[in-house]
Design a protein around this ligand. Structure first.
Ligand SMILES: [Zn+2]
Ligand SMILES: [Zn+2]
Length: 392
């Protein structure tokens, strides 16, 4: 049985009620006005100094404890996904086309519970508590928007923690890992330009469709032939657009894709290779190609010392044999921008079915969590914060 302290246990009913309320009223990135309102009101009632409207709908809460000391940042994301919920839970989303299918409702409820427990004991703690409730994580642009609006102005956190629920590991487990845990993410846009013409007379046109087809195939060699076999990267072409009729060769073909990796140098090298390949293939086939990349977020890098601390804390909460060291994930989380400024540890709290049967994964219309994971997550955040505040 997980080791949940009475301070967290007494908040259990409230935590579940809040999570279910947020679940019924999901809000997409940068539209989290109701959620942000609830967060701000609760933080104020606990005694935090609250700032709102950071990165449109972000909220922070700062609380000075009894004596001076370190500052610990705790970050939760608050946005939902554009998915139509297909669970039959009594607390299913009441909004068409929006759903908390990634568990950010639970993250918000856990962080608010931790904020309340820590605020109560603040007079006996050294240092400062700093809570960040971040919008638009799913768009990977909420953290940078908050930082641009000065979310960290006047605060110098020494350590940061964040948790994400994870249905691929059963409730009662926590996964922590040092170093890279989530990839960087780039959004790619490639345009191949030729010269349109009649489909029956390709020799009078310059066909961008054939060039695009060869380019997509050639791009598969960037990871398989140019990347060190022990390093990893993902390059997926996910959208292809071109042409209007069966007998017309179009002027252009557009493609979109995603590019993820753990290593900043490798990212730069592969982006250069991507440009070289696109331009070279296009040119060989008399076309031109332009490559645009939007750098959404860096990789999430966990600080080794804080990960060791988090590992110990996780063992206290769920038992050492339930602390999983997991492989890094090729998903992304823009908490990475905070971890660039503050050494941090991002951990996964098991939320899958306790009997080990498969639970729908995040971003699925049937996603739901084992709610008891929230007691574990809140306890982990409280203990990690206490430990980091004490650490000299
Ligand atoms: Zn997500
Ligand atoms: Zn998420």
């Amino acid at each position: 049985m997980p080791n949940i302290s009475p301070e967290v246990q007494v908040r259990w009913n409230d935590m579940v009620a809040l999570r279910r309320d947020l679940h019924q009223h999901p809000e997409l990135g940068f539209h989290e006005t109701r959620t942000a309102g609830i967060v701000a009101e609760r933080l104020r009632a606990m005694g935090y100094t609250v700032r709102t409207g950071l990165g449109k709908t972000g909220v922070t809460g700062f609380l000075k404890c009894g004596r001076p000391g370190k500052t610990v940042l705790l970050r939760a994301d608050i946005d939902a996904l554009p998915i139509h919920e297909q669970t039959d839970a009594p607390y299913a989303s009441q909004r068409l086309g929006a759903m908390h299918a990634c568990g950010h409702d639970a993250h918000t409820a856990m962080a608010l519970s931790a904020a309340e427990v820590l605020a109560k004991e603040a007079p006996t703690l050294n240092g400062n508590l700093f809570f960040v409730f971040q919008p638009a994580e799913e768009l990977l642009i909420g953290a940078s928007a908050m930082l641009r609006d000065g979310a960290l102005e006047g605060v110098a956190p020494d350590a940061g923690f964040a948790v994400h629920v994870m249905n691929r590991i059963p409730v009662g487990t926590i996964a922590v890992r040092s170093g890279p845990v989530m990839t960087s993410a780039d959004k790619l846009g490639i345009v191949v330009t030729g010269r349109g013409g009649h489909g029956a007379n390709p020799h009078n046109a310059v066909d961008p469709v054939v060039a695009a087809a060869q380019l997509i195939t050639a791009l598969q060699t960037l990871v398989s032939r140019e990347t060190h076999p022990l390093k990893s990267a993902v390059l997926s072409v996910t959208m292809l657009k071109g042409g209007t009729a069966f007998n017309i060769i179009p002027d252009t073909v557009e493609m979109t894709g995603t590019f993820r990796c753990f290593d900043a140098d490798l990212r730069e090298a592969l982006l250069a290779s991507l440009r070289r390949t696109a331009e070279g293939i296009a040119s060989a086939l008399r076309c031109t190609a332009t490559v645009a990349n939007e750098f959404l977020t860096p990789a999430v890098l966990n600080d080794p010392a804080l990960t060791a601390l988090a590992h110990n804390v996780a063992a206290e909460v769920v038992g050492a044999d339930k602390v999983v060291e997991w492989e890094p994930l090729t998903g992304s989380d823009d908490v990475a921008y905070f971890w660039q400024r503050v050494p941090g540890c991002y951990a996964f709290v098991g939320s899958g079915r306790s009997d080990g049967s498969p639970s729908p994964a995040g971003h699925n219309a049937r996603f739901d969590i084992e709610e008891s994971c929230m007691g574990i997550g809140a306890e982990f955040l409280v203990r990690a914060t206490r430990a980091a505040l004490q650490k000299r």
